[in-house]
Design a protein around this ligand. Structure first.
Ligand SMILES: [Zn+2]
Length: 177
């Protein structure tokens, strides 16, 4: 009887305190990226950070959270891919003052794949739009039905980068719980 009582009390404590935080880190290890594209990609990621008012995306050579990789041409004409993932750490803490607290930290990460077609000179603007698009997926943004949006499924024509970065900034505020 006493044991049951204690277990109930513990469950009640577990439910009462929980802390949750979400961060974003796209520390991208380059795979198969020649030097010329490396500096292009670096500039593109810097622009992304600057315009989104964050410092979440960068090339990484140690302790990376994801990859940016050139892959061979695909038969389905897909030129960019993003595999977003969430890395979750959770731990329980007990203190006499606060009782049992559950702490959950999630980090959004991404693996980005780009078609080797984009390595050709003259494709830098295209590469930039595609990297922004894929980083958007990394932030869990969905496709947009509007052709001028960076998050439109097809990357062609003029894009509205201002509205894209507005969306990214909103998402980052929303994620910082
Ligand atoms: Zn997409």
């Amino acid at each position: 009887m006493r044991l049951i009582y204690q277990m109930t009390a513990l469950l009640a404590l577990a439910a009462c305190g929980s802390k949750e935080s979400v961060s974003v880190r796209f520390a991208l290890q380059p795979i198969g990226v020649p030097d010329l594209q490396l500096s292009d990609i670096n500039e593109i990621l810097e622009e992304f950070n600057q315009r989104s008012g964050s410092n979440i995306a960068y090339l990484c050579f140690q302790d990376c959270t994801g990859t940016i990789e050139f892959i061979g041409r695909r038969s389905d004409a897909v030129v960019g891919l993003c595999e977003p993932s969430t890395y979750v750490r959770s731990k329980s803490r007990f203190s006499m003052k606060a009782g049992l607290t559950q702490e959950r930290k999630s980090e959004l990460r991404a693996d980005i794949k780009l078609s080797s077609d984009l390595m050709a000179e003259g494709n830098r603007d295209f590469l930039r739009t595609i990297i922004f698009h894929e980083l958007g997926h990394g932030l869990l943004l969905a496709h947009s039905p509007s052709e001028q949006d960076v998050m439109f499924a097809v990357v062609n024509g003029e894009k509205n980068f201002d509205s894209y970065f507005e969306q990214v900034r909103q998402k980052l505020v929303q994620l910082a719980l």
